[in-house]
Design a protein around this ligand. Structure first.
Ligand code: GLN
Length: 444
């Protein structure tokens, strides 16, 4: 597949041929199930879009039964920005229902397979977006990352996934999961393409008051992979990771050192606290955001006598098990009597996490960390929700602190599965992030 950089040089007829090629390849491989459909809008460079980002006139469902029949009445701001740059939404990609999950198995459209090894999951929740890039059936894709949903599927599928600083990219038109954590970002074939796509989708937006009043980034043309950086590693973090991840971590450290970067060992708070703070915060916000799906205003409605009964029935039949579990948990942590013990406590932990990162970034430019504790698990293996939540241990503090991070492939294990690692930067230091990521990618 042509890279985004290469595609920028193609003329209209070449782009038309590219879209036809993708259509043929998708039709020949239905089993992968990474695209929900091949909706098309415009004749520019085709970019795959996660099914929680609104493209005017397209069905958008967050892979949920409850949103069947809903048609987006307007474009998300990122879509407007794509179109201005002659990039065109092409294909809705599969995901975990309402972006809640780490495997893309909770989609109402059925699971997506990992293109590297089909009996394994592609990761989630942006599993479809990572899989289409990895399978060579997309130039690049957009995903969303609330607690790792861009970085982790990118790591499992062997592609690049970037989560911008909170506020760098408008969330207008993104189906909200946890509004204080969600961010749209690129999934691409390489680091430079991720920078190109970030440059296109970033920048202020009057329609999203949490979007920073900043110019779009201009990173791609300024990437300096020769810049020498100070990069922290957290040895305590790696202890519970699988052998594959440990080998990749050592390899990345050696590579960074030989590229002239300074590696320093640091300690951070036990990440088990990140999990608790995240799952309280995310479910509380999700409960509130998902209250709007009542069968009256959006998508599916299941009539059952009275209005209240119709609410019950619509929500009971429309939401899947994982979404219901989180609505229950979110209501619990927000209920009177538990609010202080759980929700308020989680916000305090969140502040501590942010403070710890602030301190660290006074001393270093970047942090190198695993993305997931292991390579992609087998389909069906992550049945226990608790085990799935624990697998988010390396990604969620980045969202709690609002920081930018990029996941890139480091090596393949003996089964051909990819191990990705992430670099994390201070807020709005995306240039530094890409300088480091580009140096690591080049030196590997
Ligand atoms: N796996 C995490 C969750 O289920 C993160 C999901 C995401 O980033 N959207 O909440």
């Amino acid at each position: 597949m042509v890279t985004l950089k290469e595609a920028l040089a193609l003329d209209e007829s070449a782009l038309e041929a590219l879209r036809e090629e993708i259509k043929t390849n998708v039709a020949n491989d239905k089993e992968l199930n990474a695209y929900i459909d091949l909706s098309q809008s415009g004749s520019g460079i085709p970019i795959a879009i996660k099914d929680n980002i609104q493209v005017k006139g397209w069905s958008v469902t967050s892979a949920s039964k409850i949103l069947q029949g809903y048609i987006a009445p307007y474009n998300a701001s990122v879509i407007e920005k794509l179109e201005k740059a002659n990039l065109s939404p092409f294909g809705r990609t599969n995901m975990d229902e309402f972006a809640m999950g780490s495997t893309t198995e909770s989609s109402c459209y059925g699971p997506t397979l990992n293109p590297l090894k089909r009996d394994c999951v592609p990761g989630g929740s942006s599993g479809g977006s990572a899989a289409v890039v990895a399978a060579g059936i997309a130039v690049a894709a957009l995903g969303s990352d609330t607690g790792g949903s861009i970085r982790q599927p990118a790591a499992y599928c062997g592609v690049v996934g970037m989560k911008p600083t909170y506020g760098r990219v408008s969330r207008y038109g993104l189906g909200a999961y946890a509004s204080s954590l969600d961010q749209i970002g690129p999934i691409t074939q390489n680091v430079e393409d991720a920078a190109i796509l970030l440059d296109i989708i970033s920048g202020s937006d009057e329609k999203d008051s949490t979007c920073a009043s900043l110019e779009p980034t201009a990173i791609a043309k300024n990437i300096d992979s020769d810049r020498k950086l100070t990069i922290a590693i957290i040895p305590d973090f790696i202890k519970d990771a699988s052998d594959d991840v440990k080998v990749a971590y050592t390899k990345a450290i050696d590579t960074l050192k030989s590229a002239g970067h300074t590696i320093v060992e640091k300690a951070m708070m036990d990440p088990k606290f990140d999990i608790s703070a995240y799952y309280v915060t995310a479910t509380a916000e999700a409960t509130t955001n998902l209250a709007r799906y009542d069968g009256v205003r959006y998508g599916t409605r299941v009539e059952d006598g009275s209005l209240v009964n119709s609410y019950f029935k619509t929500r009971s039949e429309g939401f899947g098990d994982e979404v219901k579990r989180r609505i229950l948990l979110g209501n619990f942590v927000l209920s009177s009597g538990y609010y202080d013990a759980y929700y308020v406590k989680a916000q305090k932990v969140r502040t501590l996490i942010k403070a710890e990162y602030n301190k660290l970034f006074n001393e270093v430019d970047l942090i190198l960390s695993p993305v997931a504790p292991s390579v992609a698990p087998k389909q069906g293996e992550m049945e226990d929700p608790m085990a799935m939540y624990l697998s988010d241990i390396y990604t969620i503090s980045v969202n709690l602190a609002g920081l930018p991070a990029i996941s890139l492939p480091i090596m393949k294990n003996k089964d051909g599965l990819s191990v990705g690692l992430q670099l994390i930067a201070n807020a709005y230091e995306e240039q530094t992030l890409f300088d480091g990521a580009s140096s690591l990618e080049k030196s590997l």
